[in-house]
Design a protein around this ligand. Structure first.
Ligand code: DLL
Length: 433
């Protein structure tokens, strides 16, 4: 279902004209309101009017996570604090959080984009949206909340955690739409089964899952265990939060980028060169309408490609392929690049193991060593040691075969890998570099 017929189905020419107009206004605005951009654009000799066509964007400077950190906390805000009505932050794994702000209009824009996202999964008035994204500094909870309210659906502000209670409420309140990370959805499905509750006891029809990488295999697993359609939704705090791109029910292949608000580019992460449609690289976003915290060519570190072919759903928006990993999550094991999501894909296709895994990286001498811990399922658990050894070898073999990397697979007992209530931690890096 298309929430905003006008903007989500704009002919390409009209979309590009709109983007160019908004881009020019954005660059002029950041030049005069954000000292960081004024300096950066000044250094490259940018003058108002220099942006003649959309392609000229590729000549403008990037913004990186380090730039955000250097300007902590509010240095990149483009409006005075009197106009800021909301502040969010993302924790990151190291150092200071990155801080982002919203004006009243930004919050409205965000609600519109999340209304589009929820609508793409068929949400309408009368739906009961079970929102298990964390509420707080994380953008997931409030983002989905405002989108659901904008549609006029009834939102249950659950936040993450207390899984048994989540299930009780889902059942008793008759939740129809689930919002959570994919790993938490799987955790909920597992607890449901333990409690003897089947998908038929619930009214769930669709789930909008994002905030972490996940695989097609994981989608199949969630859809089967919860009896729903599972869609991938994407976003990041620095750009707006969730609501940057979302899959549609019709295709479930690639996420439509809300291009009237964000321009996506794919670059070669090493050279910074813009890559053509279809090529794999780092996603970069420019915000076109944000007031408090606009970003110019923000380097996401997320790996994807852009798909220009038209979708059957009627949206004309470009699609981005599901994120395969982050440049900073990529492991290089004896020269081979590996992303956790690739390991996930392999595990998902093997019978006898569960989709719960963790990757442990250590260093022996000068070599990086990867151990993959995978949970076996209850039925295999009772098998003789010999059978288990065979299963471990099979996983090792398939990983080597498909990814070209040798690793040690350790099968662990059911329910021993920590379950996630938000973003799952897939990699434990024990290397002391
Ligand atoms: O995770 C925003 C969000 C909330 C998106 C709820 C979707 C649903 P951050 O905490 O700033 O914001 O983390 C952003 O999470 O750069 C990606 O690496 C990752 N990410 C987000 N969505 C997806 C996805 C929120 N669908 C970072 N697939 C991003 C893969 C995702 N990775």
């Amino acid at each position: 279902m298309i929430w905003n017929d006008e903007y989500e189905t704009l002919p390409r020419e009209a979309m590009e004209a709109l983007q160019l107009k908004r881009l020019r206004a954005l660059v002029d605005r950041v030049c005069s309101t954000v000292p960081f951009y004024k300096r950066k654009l000044g250094e490259m000799g940018y003058k108002p009017g220099d942006l003649r066509k959309l392609d000229d964007l590729s000549r403008l400077p990037f913004t990186t996570k380090d730039d955000l950190r250097d300007n902590y906390p509010f240095g990149l805000f483009a409006v005075p604090m009197e106009r800021v009505v909301r502040i969010h932050a993302s924790s990151g794994t190291t150092g200071k959080p990155t801080v982002v702000g919203y004006t009243r209009r930004d919050v409205d824009t965000w609600a519109e984009l999340m209304a589009r996202t929820l609508s793409s999964g068929g949400t309408t008035r009368g739906d009961i949206v079970h929102n298990a994204y964390g509420y707080g500094l994380f953008t997931g909870g409030l983002g989905a909340h405002y989108g659901a309210e904008k549609i006029g659906a009834a939102v249950i502000p659950m936040s993450g955690g207390n899984t048994k209670r989540q299930i009780l409420i889902m059942k008793d309140f008759g939740s129809t739409v689930l919002c959570s990370t994919p790993s938490y959805a799987l955790n909920m499905a597992e607890v449901m089964a333990e409690e003897g509750i089947s998908p038929a006891d619930l009214k769930l029809k669709c789930g909008l899952f994002g905030a972490e990488p996940w695989s097609e295999g994981m989608r199949r697993e969630i859809e089967r265990k919860l009896g729903i359609d599972a869609l991938d939704i994407y976003g990041l705090s620095e750009v707006i939060g969730p609501g940057v791109a979302s899959e549609c029910l019709e295709m479930k292949q690639g996420l439509h980028v809300f291009e009237d608000h964000f321009i996506p580019e794919i670059i070669n992460p090493e050279t910074g060169q813009v890559l053509p449609y279809g090529e794999l690289g780092e996603l970069v976003f420019t915000t076109l309408t944000k007031e408090a915290f606009p970003v110019l060519r923000y380097r996401t570190r997320d790996i994807s490609r852009l798909i220009p072919t038209l979708c059957v759903c009627g949206r004309t928006l470009l699609r981005m392929e599901r994120i395969s990993g982050r440049t900073d999550d990529m492991l290089i094991i004896r020269g081979v690049n590996v992303f956790p999501s690739q390991i996930e894909s392999v595990i998902m296709d093997i019978e006898g193991v569960e989709p719960h895994y963790q990757m442990i990286v250590t260093r022996e001498g000068t070599l990086d060593v990867l151990e993959v811990q995978v949970e076996i399922n209850e039925s295999v658990f009772t098998d003789a040691i010999k059978g288990l050894e065979k299963l471990a070898k099979r996983v090792e073999h398939d990983i080597k075969d498909l990814l070209g990397v040798s690793c040690k697979v350790r099968l662990v007992e059911p329910k021993t890998i920590q379950r996630s209530e938000g973003k799952a931690k897939r990699v434990i890096d024990k290397r002391t570099l």
